[in-house]
Design a protein around this ligand. Sequence first.
Ligand code: TXA
Ligand code: MG
Length: 324
Amino acid sequence: MPVTIDDAVAVLRAGELVAFPTETVYGLGADASSAEAVKKIYAAKGRPRNHPLIVHVARVDQIGEWAQRMSPAAQRLAGRYWPGPLTLIMKRAPHVNDLITGGQDTIALRVPSHPVAHALLAAFGGGIAAPSANRFGRVSATTAGHVRSEFGDVVRCVLDGGPSDVGIESTIVDVSGEIAALLRPGHITAREIEATLGIALAVPGAASPRAPGMLAKHYAPQTPLMVMEADLLLELAASMTRQGHKVAVLARSARQPLLNGVTWVAAPHDAAGYAHDLYANLRALDIAGCSALLVEQLPLDAAWAAVSDRLMRAAAGSASADAT
Ligand code: TXA
Ligand code: MG
């Protein structure tokens, strides 16, 4: 029987974990007001305790339960992009558990737009702490099936809302200080944020809140992943298959060559489509049993910044990088 919103609310109230869809990626949620429940997130993911979590709420008027105040910049961005794929870092309210904030004086907050996420949050009433629903360092989940393959019986309650629209994690903007800073690029671009605020974003500095989840190695498949330009990719695929290796390719503009032993996925040509399919593509190529996963280089323009960011980290965290 499919999990209903009522089932999921009962599971959250019992202090257990619920995986749920959002417009960005699936989240692994727990009652944000219960330290015992939040601890289960860290245990299930294998995530270090000093990596803070995003608290999700149904409506902007609930922010006051978690943050001290909304700065003018926070109000502007919330007004423009919530509900939606944006996370805002604000000064935390005093009662918020250190397990959520990683002991920092700030908290990450988001009002998601996915109808199932919204229905869950509205019915639950409180905040739901939720990181992406993947094991620590691994590829995020954009379908209920991905969540099940990450966690199996460890997470029994998985709400299925179909594939996530955006496909990559929310844009994170720190609005806790004087000047807003971009901590994680996403579907909502730095340029859009700057246009909304009417000022340039600060480069995160020493004074910015740590976003320890932004490790150089992240979002990583098990197969060694390398990003390269199309000609080199075709040459390498040819020489590897000649030597009897199987090769996985995530192409964009390159045409599939006639080679045995190549598992080829042609990604969408636009940045939004590419992001939508990215994690599903990486997962499919990762289980193809290949010696290498070759990814065709992305365009350099701003629209591709968020996907480029994820691919760079995936390359740094994949098996090849770990072995060296
Ligand atoms: O799209 C998303 O944001 C998804 C969905 C489920 O909402 N969530 C997500 O959570 O990507 P997670 O935990 O995988 O990534 C959250 C990021 C981490 O890099 C974490 O370090 C950062 O947010 N973060 C959380 N609280 C913070 C804080 N107080 N200051 C700075 N960074 C923070
Ligand atoms: Mg994550």
